[in-house]
Design a protein around this ligand. Sequence first.
Ligand SMILES: [Cu+2]
Length: 118
Amino acid sequence: MKSIILVLVSLIMSFAFTSCASSSAANASSDEVVIKTETIQCGMCKDRIETSLSEQKGIKSVTVDVDKKETTVVFNPKKINPDAIKKAIAAVGYDADDVEAESGAYNDLPTCCQKGGH
Ligand SMILES: [Cu+2]
């Protein structure tokens, strides 16, 4: 009887430990940032940002909202930070918060994807 109780107690303890450990690990490895990307124009801009950012190390998901002109990025803070994410967006040719688009990349965009183009 004593051994059964011991087994039960150790089982409960191990469950409590694993669920606690996994939830704190999830919190530590995932962060979210919303970046203003005012210069995006259309679905092509959305695809361009989502595709190139998804290739960056540490980025888990990228969602561009064309109507709100915002880019939501879920990332691993141990591998990348919001500043690097903004630079990555700027490198594709779009303004990201206070980081201005790289002019070379911006000039390479189709006319319809440049500011004021439709
Ligand atoms: Cu576009």
